[in-house]
Design a binder for this molecule. Structure first.
Ligand code: FAD
Length: 431
């Protein structure tokens, strides 16, 4: 008889809620990871740093587990089939996992719960990737917040009233099932090229985070935590990061709250996945010029800050937040290209790709999202550069041969600004 702990986007042994509960259960714990073809097969680019990062992380976890005499059971098949196989091979009594709020994950978990329950197996899930989930932070009338500032205020109040505990799963590893599985499938066997993911180094120190409010908008220096991919795959505990934020910097805490805000929005308003949060924004007649989109993707718009951003994204799968805002605004306003195109391109490239944050921020940039800046606020790429990259540090880092960069702007700023105002105003009937 065993309990299963199913790893998903919580790839760590330390302070892992469901793992802690699994290890406290009556039975030895079989740790499982499933490479899901329903997710992997959609990735058309087979040179994928995210899959490589997941792969490397689970190999590291397996190494740690082996020190305790256990090992990770890694499967590569549709999740339902994987569980059928597990149920054939083991006498499973309980399954433990952490909540995942994305629409696909919710469907998947419902299927597994149904299968498990039909065999008399209990499937228990826990909150782990956020401090407050789903409907834990609601307005006094019981409806979800759609504006960030009052949400964040309530979030802080609730946190201070009742600080989350840590779950010392790492101290209970003796309760793992002693077993020696054969090797984990290689990246090649999974259909991906072998690559070593080079993530930006984590900058979780009192100095960087302490200065965050001064440096966060300057893309030329590493003034942010660079923690996004680690948070995405759960190699870091959000409870740990939030406790650091309370110690070191309130404005950094705000960013962690934005992350939860967008997860909450996706949970309550799943239509945002392919529609505008504010429905009338779907009346905008996007120009959707494919050639211009391609130039944007390649970083050849003739606006150095936009091009540097897109080249950083293409090269390392990450872009500084200030520049993400600039390039997203440029695509939607200057080029009048549907935010969904930009969102999909980011989804393909970002190592920290997170459906809720990507969607929320793209809609914010397009003006269609909850709590967006008003549509008539249009970034001027030149003044943004003067303000945030005046010495062109960032631009020269990512436009390698800056001396030879003589691209003519794809569209003139003032013309594009007026065109966007005009189109938005008409579509929104906003007089
Ligand atoms: P820090 O500034 O150190 O912030 C700490 C953490 O807070 C981040 O790691 C992230 O988890 C969270 N955070 C910070 N800013 C935001 C924000 N605006 N919205 C939600 N969470 C935030 N972030 C993603 O994690 N995945 C995405 O797919 C993503 N897509 C984006 C698309 C656009 C168009 C824009 C404008 C922003 C997007 N962001 C996304 C938000 C933000 O740019 C990144 O989280 C941030 O740049 C990551 O760097 P960092 O870890 O150094 O962040």
């Amino acid at each position: 008889e065993v309990s299963i702990f199913w790893f998903r986007r919580d790839l760590r042994l330390v302070d892992n809620t469901a793992l802690y509960y699994a290890l406290s259960s009556k039975y030895p714990v079989l740790p499982v990871f499933i490479f899901d073809p329903q997710i992997l097969d959609k990735l058309t680019e087979k040179h994928d740093a995210r899959v490589a990062f997941i792969h490397q992380t689970i190999c590291d976890i397996d190494t740690q587990l082996r020190r305790t005499g256990s090992s990770l059971y890694v499967l590569h098949s549709p999740v339902l089939d994987a569980f059928k196989q597990i149920f054939e091979n083991f006498n499973v009594r309980e399954i433990f996992s952490n909540h995942d709020y994305e629409p696909y994950a919710i469907l998947r978990d419902n299927q597994i719960r149904k299968l498990a329950n039909s065999k008399g197996i209990n499937f228990q899930t826990f909150k782990d990737q956020v401090i407050f989930e789903r409907s834990e932070i609601l307005k006094s009338d019981g409806s979800p917040y759609t504006v960030f500032t009052p949400y964040a205020k309530k979030w802080r109040q609730k946190y201070n009233e009742n600080k989350p505990e840590t779950f010392q799963s790492e101290k209970q590893l003796a309760a793992l099932l002693k077993i020696d599985f054969k090797q984990i499938p290689s990246l090649k066997e999974l259909g991906f090229t072998n690559l070593h993911p080079t993530l930006l180094p984590l900058k979780l120190d009192a100095e960087t985070i302490g200065d965050y409010h001064k440096t966060r908008n300057l893309p030329g220096i590493a003034g942010t935590s660079q923690a996004s991919p680690y948070l995405r795959f759960g190699t870091l505990s959000i409870r740990h990061l939030v406790s650091l934020a309370f110690k070191w910097n309130e404005s950094w805490l705000n960013e962690l709250i934005w992350r939860e805000f967008f997860m909450m929005i996706l949970f309550h308003f799943p239509h945002v996945v392919d529609q505008s949060f504010k429905k009338k924004y779907d009346n905008i007649p996007w120009r959707n010029n494919e050639h211009e989109f391609e130039l944007w993707c390649k970083g050849e718009t003739g606006y150095p800050i936009v091009d540097a951003g897109m080249r950083q994204l293409n090269e390392i799968g990450w872009m500084h937040n200030r520049v993400r805002m600039i390039v997203a605004g440029f695509l939607t306003k200057h080029l009048l290209i549907d935010w969904r195109w930009g969102e999909a391109y980011f989804a393909q490239k970002l190592i920290d790709y997170e459906l809720s944050s990507n969607n929320g921020n793209w809609q914010w940039a397009a003006g269609s999202g909850c709590d967006s800046a008003p549509y008539f606020r249009i970034f001027n790429p030149t003044s943004q550069t003067l303000k945030f990259d005046p010495k062109l540090h960032y631009i020269k880092t990512w436009i390698k041969d800056f001396n030879k960069y003589h691209l003519v702007p794809i569209v003139e700023h003032e013309f594009a600004r007026k065109r966007a105002l005009d189109v938005y105003k008409k579509a929104l009937n906003d007089d």
